[in-house]
Design a protein around this ligand. Structure first.
Ligand SMILES: *Cc1c(COP(=O)(O)O)cnc(C)c1O
Length: 390
């Protein structure tokens, strides 16, 4: 008999390095392995399980829809996806929404919208999109091209043409690119998640927005990871006071079910026309019912709790023994330890908490409703482990 882990190695494409834990079930911010060992979940499925594991009310909302209709196709009207789009528009000022199934797909849509807008408003040679070095926008060939990190590009070339890379927090680098190239958009994350949980400077983000006005280009914000309450506002651009033209989101939107959305604002709402884009599963009723429930739970009370919990983590870890710096926004937090991060992560797991890594940092992405006492317990463990392994 092969062990479960051997079978995973044998049958699953070898793309992921896994921790030596088999998650079997969970409740809220507790997860349990097959031997019923308990852990405090600090990554919530990489910012996906917004309300934690197997939340009762969420499960009921999903089950109610599951009993009615699991899928219709986009050839018919379907209530859950319209209701979800309406909620998103009302809470963001977006005008129209396109639904897909993942972050990469949301970004593919954003990129197509930007190019269509460029062709329609400036000319088809205005296809270039400026993204940032150290960004992450997805794994498809085009979203890899958008991703400003060479390590992801190697051996996948030629990638989709037309992406130029500026430097985060260097406004000059963006203006040079805008001036010297025919561009339709600047696309960026406001907190570079995979890049090491780095929040853009407020002045830089506002500056890019002003440059987009000046050079008549779109501002596209990738909120795949920062979105859906994680920043302490529904979308991180609301923390920065920006007025984007396109916003993509996914991860936490479905609370654990696959859904991505590309939101279009005033300048871009009429760019997509019949047959220019599509997705078979896009707007799936189960995923939409799930997202409606998640958004309804992300109310002002939950958002202020996110801010409070964030402040607690920053205040407690900033300047603590063995901790060099704390970065990020809301409940998207990077911790630079003086000691080896891989060793520290392993010790954290041994002590029953599950953070993850981003570059050379410990990364925390807990469920937004993680109880304060669990967060306190987890942060204490991080503090202790960082100090013992500095
Ligand atoms: C995770 C992520 C993506 C890709 O999302 P998938 O659902 O894995 O395709 C894109 N952009 C950002 C900022 C992300 O964090």
């Amino acid at each position: 008999m092969q062990s479960f882990k051997e079978k995973d190695k044998k049958y699953i494409a070898n793309t992921y390095g896994r921790f030596d834990i088999e998650v079997a079930y969970g409740k809220g911010s507790y997860v349990y392995d097959i031997n019923d060992r308990e852990y405090i979940d600090l990554s919530s499925g990489i910012a996906v399980n917004t309300l934690g594991m197997a939340d009762d009310e969420w499960a009921l909302a999903v089950y109610d829809q599951l009993k009615k209709c699991q899928h219709t196709s986009n050839l018919y009207y379907s209530e859950p996806c319209v209701r979800l789009a309406e909620i998103l528009c009302e809470r963001t000022g977006a005008k129209k929404v396109f639904f897909g199934n993942s972050g990469a797909e949301a970004n593919e849509c954003a990129i197509k919208v930007a190019r269509l807008w460029g062709a329609e408003n400036k000319g088809s040679e205005y296809y270039n999109i400026i993204t940032l070095k150290n960004s992450f926008h997805g794994r498809t060939i085009t979203t890899l091209a958008a991703t400003g990190q060479d390590v992801f590009h190697k051996d996948f070339t030629p990638l989709t043409e037309g992406f130029l890379y500026g430097e985060a927090n260097n406004l000059e680098s963006i203006e040079v690119l805008l001036k010297e190239n025919k561009c339709c958009a600047v696309m960026m994350e406001l907190v570079q998640g995979e890049g090491g949980v780095l929040a853009l400077d407020h002045d830089f983000a506002v500056g890019v927005s002003n440059l987009c006005e000046k050079y008549n280009t779109l501002l596209v914000i990738d909120e795949v990871q920062t979105g859906n309450g994680r920043s302490g506002e529904l979308y991180a651009y609301q923390c920065y006071g920006l007025k984007p033209d396109v916003v993509s989101t996914a991860k936490g939107l479905g609370g654990g079910l696959p859904i991505g959305a590309c939101m279009m604002y005033e300048k871009t709402e009429n760019v997509l026309k019949p047959s220019l884009h599509g997705s078979t599963f896009g707007g799936n009723p189960i995923a939409c019912a799930s997202a409606i429930h998640v958004l309804n739970r992300i109310d002002s009370k939950l958002l202020s709790e996110v801010k409070e919990k964030s402040k607690y983590v920053f205040d407690t870890l900033n300047g603590a023994d063995g901790i060099e710096s704390v970065s990020g926004l809301g409940l998207m937090i990077g911790i630079k330890t003086t000691g080896d991060v891989s060793i520290i992560l392993q010790k954290c797991i041994e002590k029953g908490i599950l953070p993850i890594k981003a570059k050379n940092k410990l990364r925390l992405l807990p469920a937004l409703n993680i109880p304060m006492e669990l967060l306190v317990k987890a942060v204490d463990i991080i503090k202790q482990v960082a100090s013992e392994n500095k």
